[in-house]
Ligand binder design. Sequence first.
Ligand SMILES: [Zn+2]
Length: 358
Amino acid sequence: MGVASALLFVLSFQTYAQEDAILLKRAEQLHRDMFSIDTHNDAIVKYTHPWRPDAGEHTQVTFSKMKEGGLDAALFAVFLSQGPRNQHAYDSVMAYTVKEIDFFKSYVAERSSEAGIAYRSSDFQRHKSQGKSIVMFALENGYGIGTDILNLERLYNLGVRAITLTHNYNNDVGDSSRDTIAEWHGLSPFGYKVVEEMNRLGMIVDVSHTSTETLYDCLEHSRAPIMASHSSVRAIKDIARNLTDDEIVAITSKGGLIQVATGRWCLSDLPREQVDISVFCDHVDHVRNLVGADHVGIGTDFDGGGGMVGFEDVSKMKYITVELLRRGWPEEDIRKFWGENFLRVLREVERISRQINH
Ligand SMILES: [Zn+2]
């Protein structure tokens, strides 16, 4: 490199860094003003099982990291790995869920100046105005419902407001995208009742991980909008776990949400070190171009496989806003992406629940 080109390199690098600093300032201001939520993490287990090697300081989600990243709230899911499908297993998985949620509630209660739990849409603004990190409970895997419809009210009473109906295997609610056979060809007869009961109680039906047939059955049967809490775009990365354009259009034409996941494996075939925030934002832009800014958000899947280069934990959330600003997103759309869309859907789910119950 000659002196002149070296100088040019240094100058352009400086301009880039200056531009970055300006964008970061704008992003930080936005995060102070707007409401932001990540609709999926699996962090709870790291707190309830602190001896795990990936717990403690390695946890991707902590309240102080949320503050640093400018993230107000998250759906904290109790993840249920699937075991046998019999009554004994269902009893013990329900007992496990109760224990996990109770433990995390005490953890939050011991830090009541730092964090709070949201049980309804109106709780978010109250906690944000007090500067608290906000927890809303979710359940990942309808396996936890077993075959007892009354478990849904038990889960609701614990604070669970969204349920991912399946994980990687079919269960008694419906079929998964990753199982090798179609057992029910969508929702099971019990699964239809589950969707109805979730509508009645005011819980969000989450179709991440479900098979296409299950997804369409939910859409057809649910009176309220549904959500894919952590799913990326199949047109960019072709795996069964990601959503096709048809699925994205179907979910959103009924008012629902596509919350893009951040794990490298669901974003790109590129080597690990090349999968960064820009690759993630390509998925987000794809959804926005297809169905508009009213239906896209983020479900990081942190502590469950989420994260990429430059986005190692929840303290990096604001850098997504930097990238969206760099891509020319208006602030209005950024606010929708981070929280307004989710609040709209949750309020609608609550409204339909009140309508059913009166
Ligand atoms: Zn998942």
